[in-house]
Design a protein around this ligand. Structure first.
Ligand code: NAP
Ligand code: F7E
Length: 323
C-alpha cells in the first residue's frame, strides 16, 4: 500500500520540494492550494501529470475545507507547510497572520484529533520564534524564545499547540525549528531572492539598482531541498519531538549581497541603496542554529553559504524574466 500524505502550502518553496521528495519515495500525495486571482502553481506545474498527485482548494482558516479532505484521504502523514510566511508583512496583517499561522494549525490538529488521530502531523516551526532570546548563540531546542514579530508570536503559539496535542492527546504531532532556507524557488520578496534576481537583471541591463533595508542582520541560511529531507526524516522517527534544523553558520545580509554581485563580476556598492521602508518595527539581529540533535538521527547540511548564493544567481542569470 502506498503511504498517503497531505501537504498544506504545496505551492510554496518548501511545499514544492516536499511534493517532489514524497512522490519520488512512492507516496500518494494530496496538496492543498488556495484559490487566488491569478495562477500560483508555477512551482508545481510539472507535477500535475503525475497520477499520484492530487490537488484541492482549501485554506487553513477554513475548517470545512480541511475536514472534508482529511476525512476523504485519511492520510498517514500531514505536512503543515502552509503559512503567511513573510515576517515584515506580518506587522501589516497581524490578525490574518495569527489566523493562518496559529488558528490554522489548531484547525488541522482538532480535525486530525477527531477524524484521523493516527495521522502523523508535522508543524513548520521557525527560528523567528527565538527572536532575541537573551542568551548567546547558537540556539538549540532548549533556548528560551522571545519572538519579535506577529509572525514569530503566531509560530510560537502554534509550536505550543503542537506540544499540547502531542502531550495531552498522545498524537504524533512533531516539529522542526527551521532556520532560513533558500533556493531558486524562494519568493521574490525575501531578501536572498530579491538580491539574486536584482543581480541577474542588473547584469542583463534590465534593472539599474537594488533597494534594501537592514544590511547588518545575520542569518543562518540553508538549502531548501535539503531542509525538506530533514522534515521527512523528523516524520519517520518513532516518537514525535522537536528538532532544530540549521547550518551552524551565520552571515550578514551585506555578505550575501557582496558575494552575489561579485559572482557576476560587479561591485555591489555601485548598485545597492537602502531605504527605511524595508526596515521592520522590530528586528531579529542574529540567527545561528545548533543542529546537533538532528545530526544524531542522520541529517546534515551539505550546501555551504557560497554554494547557495551561486546557485541562486546562476538560476536567475538563466531566467532573468521569471517573477
Ligand atoms: P512560502 O514559499 O511562502 O509558502 C507558503 C505556502 O503557504 C504557500 O503555498 C501559500 O500559498 C500557503 N498559504 C499561505 N496562506 C495560506 C492559508 N491561509 N491557507 C493555506 N495555505 C496558505 O513559504 P516556505 O518558505 O515554503 O515555508 C514553508 C513553511 O515553513 C511556512 O510555514 C513557513 O512559515 C515555514 N518556515 C519557513 C522558513 C524558510 O526560511 N523558508 C523557515 C522556517 C519556517 P500561496 O502559494 O497561495 O501563497
Ligand atoms: O529577511 C533583512 C531583514 O525576509 C532576512 C522567512 O522564511 O526566515 C524568513 O524570515 C533579513 C531580515 O527573511 C531586506 O530585515 C534587508 O533581517 O529574507 P527575509 P526572515 O525575515 O529572516 C524565517 C526563519 C521564517 O520563518 C520566515 O518564514 O534580511 N532585509 N533588506 C530584508 N528583508 C527583506 N525581505 N527585504 C529587504 O529588502
Amino acid at each position: 500500500m502506498k503511504k498517503k500524505a497531505i501537504i498544506s502550502g504545496v505551492t510554496g518553496q518548501d511545499g514544492s520540494y516536499m511534493a517532489e521528495l514524497l512522490l519520488s519515495k512512492g507516496y500518494e500525495l494530496h496538496g492543498l492550494m488556495r484559490r487566488l486571482s491569478s495562477f500560483a502553481s508555477g512551482r508545481i506545474d510539472h507535477l500535475f501529470s503525475n497520477p499520484h498527485f492530487h490537488t484541492y482548494h482549501a485554506d487553513l482558516t477554513d475548517s470545512p475545507s480541511l475536514s472534508g479532505i482529511i476525512s476523504k484521504v485519511k492520510p498517514d502523514e500531514f505536512y503543515n507547510l502552509g503559512a503567511m510566511s513573510h515576517v515584515k508583512v506580518s506587522f501589516e496583517v497581524p490578525q490574518y497572520t495569527l489566523e493562518t499561522n496559529t488558528v490554522g494549525v489548531l484547525n488541522v490538529l482538532e480535525i486530525l484529533r477527531t477524524l484521523s488521530p493516527k495521522t502523523k502531523f508535522y508543524q513548520a516551526s521557525s527560528s523567528e520564534m527565538f527572536g532575541v532570546p537573551g542568551v548567546p548563540p547558537p540556539f538549540n531546542e532548549t533556548t528560551p524564545m522571545n519572538p519579535q514579530s506577529p509572525y514569530g508570536v503566531a509560530k510560537l503559539a502554534a509550536f505550543h499547540l503542537t506540544k499540547q496535542y502531542r502531550d495531552g492527546y498522545g498524537m504524533f504531532a512533531t516539529t522542526g525549528i527551521l532556520f532560513n532556507h533558500e533556493s531558486p524557488r524562494r519568493g521574490g520578496t525575501f531578501v536572498t531572492k530579491k538580491v539574486s534576481q536584482a543581480v541577474a537583471r542588473i547584469k542583463h541591463g534590465m534593472q539599474d539598482s537594488l533597494v534594501l533595508g537592514n544590511l547588518d542582520a545575520k542569518r543562518d541560511w540553508g538549502w531548501s531541498p535539503e531542509f525538506v529531507e530533514a522534515i521527512h526524516l523528523i516524520m519517520q522517527q518513532k516518537k514525535p519531538d522537536v528538532y532544530v534544523v540549521a547550518t551552524g553558520e551565520t552571515h550578514t545580509i551585506k555578505e550575501f549581497v557582496e558575494e552575489a554581485f561579485a559572482h557576476v563580476g560587479l561591485d555591489w556598492k555601485k548598485y545597492v541603496k537602502t531605504d527605511k521602508r524595508y526596515i521592520r518595527p522590530n528586528e531579529v539581529p542574529l540567527l545561528l542554529g545548533d543542529a546537533s540533535k538532528i545530526k544524531k538521527i542522520g541529517w546534515k547540511p551539505k550546501m555551504k553559504f557560497k554554494d547557495i548564493v551561486h546557485a541562486m544567481i546562476d538560476y536567475d542569470m538563466a531566467h532573468p524574466h521569471d517573477n
